[in-house]
Design a binder for this molecule. Structure first.
Ligand code: TYD
Length: 208
């Protein structure tokens, strides 16, 4: 069977981790011989370092914003070489919770889209990037329901800026020939899952 590589994207609280998990299960239920569910930042050495560097309490948090595009790109290189590319060669369905579009959205806020795009240009595109679109207010409600203490105004302002950056990423990615589908992420998890599956089925049908 031919491999398939799907990237799930969206601002924090939009439900990407849940939808990636459900999509991986859907591939399994469809009898795909091997399914790989993965995420970025990864649990590899660079990814673990990134999580520390993002934690304001950690000594690694002294790094400036301009360093992060390189860290995420290094983690991505490791992710591809160690896991994603071998899996695609074996014919797997690979579902990743975040990939290049996260860098293009989040890191463009500090260094600009052109620089992040240049840094990510050599990485293979997914067959399909699904962008979950949800109002930042609703995302913040979901984040707070998970018990994360956040300053409301700061957090909302940031979510809004990341959403705008994602809008620009969709335009940029489509202009580069990538397949990007925006999915309405409102409503029950199962309803969103059905929309995600519809986008994947369109891809699989077109590929034949
Ligand atoms: P996330 O998967 O949302 O982590 P968690 O499971 O802890 O919620 O990723 C952590 C943060 O990293 C998230 O805010 C998005 C950010 N990020 C970037 O800024 N650039 C990237 O390239 C990636 C992959 C993630």
């Amino acid at each position: 069977m031919r491999s398939v590589f799907i990237d799930i994207e969206g601002i924090d609280g939009s439900g990407g981790t849940t939808q990636a998990r459900l999509l991986a299960r859907w591939f399994e239920s469809r009898g795909w011989p091997e399914v790989v569910l993965t995420c970025e930042p990864t649990d590899g050495p660079v990814g673990r370092f990134i999580r520390r560097a993002l934690d304001p309490e950690d000594p690694a948090a002294v790094l400036g914003d301009a360093v992060f595009p390189y860290l995420f790109a290094a983690d991505r290189r490791d992710h591809l070489d160690r896991l994603v590319l071998p899996a695609l060669e074996r014919g797997c369905a690979v579902v990743t919770d975040r990939y290049t579009h996260s860098s293009l959205a989040y890191q463009s806020l500090s260094v600009g889209l052109a620089e992040v795009a240049a840094l990510n240009a050599r990485f293979p595109s997914p067959d399909l990037a699904i962008h979950l679109v949800l109002d930042p207010e609703e995302c913040l409600r979901r984040i707070q329901a998970r018990g994360r203490g956040l300053d409301r105004f700061e957090a909302l302002d940031r979510l809004r800026r990341v959403q705008e950056a994602y809008d620009a990423v969709v335009v940029h990615a489509r202009a580069s020939g990538e397949r990007v589908v925006r999915v309405d992420a409102r409503g029950p998890v199962e309803a969103v899952h059905a929309r995600v599956v519809a986008a994947v089925e369109d891809l699989l049908r077109e590929r034949g």
